[in-house]
Design a protein around this ligand. Structure first.
Ligand code: GLU
Length: 546
């Protein structure tokens, strides 16, 4: 029978076992994979799954990218590169596997399923030879009939037991049908029993017991290509995967998979089924899966466009992955996610809630720890792709731009003003006349006349070469001379004795120079802008107040 079905397959499982030997890795090293269909769309949940696989492999293990293109309906043109680049943008670079539409790296390939057909067929041939698989010539109509009957009887749907019409087909019968041009699939002769149970330990979900598989599932489709289930068993075995990390929608397929590993005589990998990332639904306030259709943030491209740095997204992914990460981080402020001991069994079984505000906060803290050079190059890289105006501004005078980014950076308590690169333009706006709106907004408790007086007097004492530590005392002196309290506390104790306090005076200067009430250190801002620009801004504020 095997020869009848696969006359041109001359390699045997032994040949492939020799071609893909056990990996030479340190004891306990894990081999993991991310195995998407090449749809070109990288969902945030898939990025998370890839992240988990990469972190599980860690430094000692191997993490590879396998392209599962057995379902041609799901494929799109250039879908592979979309997945590869999506991962790359977030610093997830597989050790092996697909690197582009037709390129790959690693000794366990091909890593694209459509290029592995002869391998799958060799194993199916072997199963047929051992009587563990058979050709099934059932037509679509016959299968539909079986299904209708099963539905009526409320029986388990599928081809098994007495419905498995061709389980015992002879070689002669098969030959006659093939000669007559009839099409067939190859099915597993499932050894499962209706009352059989299997037990296994999922690395995330814990101990699981379910009904074993009794279905004669399809191994090879009519065109000779494998089903997902069969390809999974062959690939994860030959690529020597130790841990299969994947979405928990696959949990119910484990009985099929474990049975396939069993009939094929392979050691089964460990399974870790990851719960989907959930989101609070704005309408119902209930939890639902992050949806490609409803949530723009479900697409990984969203984070790249918004300009969330890869490091921040990775850190956020780790907080979703292991909720104890945050405590660890508080105790290990300078530690990175690679120093943290990620564990599959500490993952949420039910699905962590997606939290954009938290991502933003994590990103703000993350960006605050970056040095000026890193920020400058990240912003130029991002703006080159997504914001031409910003790119032109910051590359026009590189030193000036770097000076801006260095304000209150690298000190003990760096500011957390920027959460994503798309916020940079607003953050630096007042350093560029093109972006500075030049409107003078009055400070709440200072009249225009008083503001004018403050600015006029300030221009008289403004010293472009003054030292940082002299700046505030000077403003304070000015404040006191104009009838303001030198300290907010003094003002609060006796508000009627003053016009306001030093904070109001510095706010007036701040608004004149930057147009804002809240900025980083004003002295540093003024030093960066240069005295001409500072004077020009203050003068035009005075004019605006006339
Ligand atoms: N190709 C499957 C998917 O796209 C992967 C499942 C697995 O990782 O085993 O969901």
């Amino acid at each position: 029978m095997a020869q009848l079905l696969f006359p041109s397959i001359d390699k045997t499982p032994e040949d492939y076992e020799a071609m893909y030997p056990a990996r030479d890795l340190p004891e306990g090293a894990k081999v993991t994979r991310f195995a998407p269909s090449p749809t070109g769309f990288l969902h945030f949940g898939s990025l998370f799954a890839a992240f988990i696989a990469a972190k599980t492999a860690g430094k000692d293990g191997v993490f590879y990218l396998r392209i599962e293109d057995t379902d041609k309906k799901r494929e799109v043109e250039n879908g592979v590169i979309g997945m590869v680049n999506g991962l790359k943008q977030f610093g997830i670079i597989p050790d092996e596997g697909a690197t582009g539409e037709t390129t790959e790296t690693g000794a366990y390939g091909p890593y694209t399923q459509s290029k592995r057909t002869p391998i799958y067929q060799a194993y199916v041939k072997d199963l047929v030879e051992k009587g563990l698989a058979y050709p099934c010539f059932m037509t679509e109509d016959e299968i539909a009939e079986v299904r209708a009957q099963q539905e009526a009887e409320k029986a388990l749907p599928g081809i098994y037991g007495k419905c498995a019409k061709y389980r015992d087909i002879t070689v002669d019968e098969a030959k006659a049908k093939i000669d007559a041009g009839e099409e067939y699939v190859v099915r597993l002769k499932s050894p499962g029993k209706p009352d059989g149970r299997i037990k296994f330990k999922d690395e995330v979900k814990g101990k699981i017991e379910i009904q074993e598989n009794i279905l004669d599932i399809v191994l090879l489709k009519k065109d000779g290509t494998p089903t997902y289930h069969f390809a999974h068993a062959i690939d994860d075995h030959l690529m020597r995967t130790t841990h299969v990390t994947r979405g928990d929608e696959w949990l119910s397929s484990v009985p099929i998979h474990l049975q396939l590993f069993y009939v094929l005589g392979f050691k089964a990998p460990k399974y870790a089924h990851i719960a989907p990332i959930m989101k609070e639904d704005e309408e119902t306030h209930g939890k639902r899966k992050l949806s490609k259709r409803k949530d723009p943030e479900a697409a990984v491209s969203y984070y790249a466009e918004a300009g969330y740095p890869a490091g921040a997204v990775n850190e956020y992914l780790m907080t979703i992955a292991n909720s104890n990460y945050e405590d660890w981080k508080r105790a290990n402020k300078t530690g990175t996610i690679d120093d943290f001991g990620f564990a599959l069994n500490k993952m949420s079984k039910a699905g962590a809630l997606f939290d954009m505000i938290k991502l933003h906060d994590i990103s703000k803290t993350y960006i605050s720890t970056l040095d000026t050079e890193t920020v400058y190059s990240a912003v130029s890289e991002w703006s080159k792709e997504y914001d031409e105006e910003l790119y032109n501004l910051i590359t026009r005078n590189v030193d000036y731009a770097k000076k801006i980014f260095s304000i209150e950076r690298g000190n003990k308590k760096p500011r957390k003003d920027i959460g994503k690169w798309s916020e940079v333009k607003d953050y630096i706006a007042y350093f560029y006349d093109e972006l500075f709106d030049g409107k003078y907004e009055c400070v709440a408790n200072v009249t225009p006349e008083d503001a004018k007086e403050i600015l006029t007097k300030y221009l008289e004492i403004y010293d472009p070469n003054g030292a940082a530590e002299d700046w505030f005392p000077q403003v304070k002196e000015l404040a006191v001379s104009l009838g303001y309290a030198g300290m907010p506390k003094e003002y609060k104790q006796n508000p009627d004795a003053y016009k306001g306090h030093v904070g109001d005076v510095s706010s007036v200067i701040r608004v004149a120079v930057t147009g804002r009430l809240n900025t980083p250190d004003l002295y540093q801002i003024m030093q960066t802008l240069g005295s001409d620009k500072v004077k020009e801004r203050i003068e035009s504020a005075i004019n605006a107040l006339k």
